[in-house]
Write a protein that binds this ligand. Structure first.
Ligand SMILES: Cc1cc2nc3c(=O)[nH]c(=O)nc-3n(C[C@H](O)[C@H](O)[C@H](O)COP(=O)(O)OP(=O)(O)OC[C@H]3O[C@@H](n4cnc5c(N)ncnc54)[C@H](O)[C@@H]3O)c2cc1C
Length: 83
């Protein structure tokens, strides 16, 4: 089993994880996303909060709901990378 770790579960990390989950054989590749919190925010929506289009709660979701099945999520801070 090969292990692929994605640091940061924001927009970039989530999209990469979900795209790779579709492309890589789940029997051969384990994909793990690491982020220190479970709050995925849709940042462009922040622009509309002052105008009442969205409330802050509308723009945040648990990270696990954004990730495809077969992508593991670890909620931990990243303090170093040992390549
Ligand atoms: C107000 C606003 C409006 C925007 N409008 C647009 C738009 O219209 N169109 C557009 O394309 N883009 C827009 N953007 C930009 C877009 O939202 C960002 O470019 C995008 O979210 C960046 O994604 P990212 O994954 O690189 O970073 P992020 O989404 O910031 O993800 C980084 C992740 O890493 C995690 N992390 C960081 N450090 C650590 C650590 N030490 N340990 C563990 N986890 C860590 C964070 O918790 C976060 O989840 C806007 C941004 C803002 C703020």
């Amino acid at each position: 089993m090969r292990r692929l770790v994605i640091l940061g579960g924001g927009t970039a990390g989530t999209i990469v994880a979900n795209k790779l989950r579709r492309r890589l054989d789940a029997a051969q590749w384990q994909i793990t996303v690491v982020d220190w919190d479970d709050v995925h925010a849709y940042q462009p929506g922040f622009l509309f909060v002052p105008f009442g289009t969205y409330r802050p709660d509308d723009l945040v979701k648990p990270r696990g709901r954004q990730l495809s099945r077969g992508v593991d999520l670890v909620l931990e801070g990243i303090d170093r990378i040992d390549a």
